[in-house]
Design a protein around this ligand. Sequence first.
Ligand code: VGL
Ligand code: ZN
Length: 200
Amino acid sequence: MSVAPLRKGDTLLVVDVQEDFVSGSLAVPGGAEVIPPLNECIAAFHKAGLVVVATRDWHPPDHQSFREQGGPWPAHCVADTPGAAFAARLKLPEGTWIASKATRAAREAYSGFEGTDLDRRLNRLGQVRLFVGGLATDYCVLRTVLDARTRGYETFVLADAIRAVNVKPGDGDEAEDDMIRAGAHFITTAELLGKADLDA
Ligand code: VGL
Ligand code: ZN
């Protein structure tokens, strides 16, 4: 899949690159490896005057997804704790849009569109194409991309800038298939950056 040169409305969506998913209580295997390619994309979008969005898992201490509450996960990304902070090496510019999700104890929200104003804000940008990377392929990246497709956004997944939890082996591959079936395109960050350089 080739991608047209970057243009107005193109938006980089960085999903849940937070300390707990990189090296903390719910560390995703290889999670830190998404940071260098994402930093390059972030810098390119920022330089081109394009919007960068960072979603974050932002749970109350008694979130229903935690084992203590009978959920599937160890406690993670509790709002305003170090584990919920964006990864220290992620370089988010001033002006980054932040979308906090799963902020209520009784509700799970893997998608950056769920319970946030992301869709409304993106709509104001006009013709939007979304470029998505981050963590984790089989949960929040998957749900965010599927929601983006349902909402009609042309969506590009940055293949080298996502990593899966793989609770079951193959979950990440299955998620990639699901995203492709939903009409998402897969490109590499190198392909994307090649396009961003054109007017540099
Ligand atoms: C996520 C598991 C639990 C994610 C969030 O960001 O993919 N995974 N909460
Ligand atoms: Zn979570």
